[in-house]
Design a protein around this ligand. Sequence first.
Ligand SMILES: NC(=O)c1ccc[n+]([C@@H]2O[C@H](COP(=O)([O-])OP(=O)(O)OC[C@H]3O[C@@H](n4cnc5c(N)ncnc54)[C@H](O)[C@@H]3O)[C@@H](O)[C@H]2O)c1
Length: 261
Amino acid sequence: MCEARFKGKIALVTGGAQGLGEAVCRRLAGEGATVIVTDIDEEGAKAAADNITTEYGVCTLGMRMDVTDDFAVHTTMEMIERDFGRLDILVVNAGILRAYGIEEFPVSEWRQVVDVNLMGYMICAKHACQIMMKRKSGNIIQINSMWGKRGSARNSAYSASKFGGIGLTQSLALEMAQYNVRVNAVCPCIVLDGTREMVEHYAKTHGLTDEQMKQRYVDQVPLGRGCTYDDVTSVVAFLASDEAAYMTGQAIDVTGGQVMG
Ligand SMILES: NC(=O)c1ccc[n+]([C@@H]2O[C@H](COP(=O)([O-])OP(=O)(O)OC[C@H]3O[C@@H](n4cnc5c(N)ncnc54)[C@H](O)[C@@H]3O)[C@@H](O)[C@H]2O)c1
């Protein structure tokens, strides 16, 4: 890891209280960034921020921010601009998954998935861009999914919302290029580290043990192992760094070779 790649940088991560979002916060803080950990789970965001400060000795802030709430996002971004004078990195990670066959999918839940995964991305990007455009500098990274590039049976809302996220990424990249704001997405496969409930659910459905279920999944991965948080956060950190200065509008697969091209 490059120790201080993000020293002096201000980063905001959505859905940072747990899971991949928390891992992204840790990674950016570990490389020197001041991280604003946001989530609808206020206690979780504050706890994650406190733990990260203790562990890495960097300044963090934990606070509630619902990505679907335009006013709340606007207020948070205003606070960041006022208190820090800048926003260098926005990681749009907050996401939800609701899975049903289409014939039984409650419309309200389908809409909720699109609201958080796609509208939430638009709202956060809109307000972040207002700050970044003024400084002619910034970096937006959306945590997308391998299901943002191919369909997923009984998972249409999630897949559709993530496909939309790639369209948004490319469009924003075109709009923001003149302001030196880069916009990219990362498309991971299932992160076995953090999806115990999902593994348990599928194992039960298929009459397998959790370990057998994990193995069945790993057997489909050309690189022969499950995806870890580090696999994903390394790519996020790379995209957020100057090493990726000539990359914008990309959706990078982190799937152990399951998706190519
Ligand atoms: N875990 C995986 O295997 C995996 C694989 C590919 C992509 N992803 C993507 O990574 C991201 C994080 O996934 P995860 O598995 O860590 O999820 P998770 O459920 O563990 O964490 C998501 C976080 O987002 C927060 N959140 C939900 N709705 C929100 C809202 N409206 N506003 C703000 N915060 C909200 C939750 O409170 C939670 O803390 C998602 O976008 C997901 O689609 C995950």
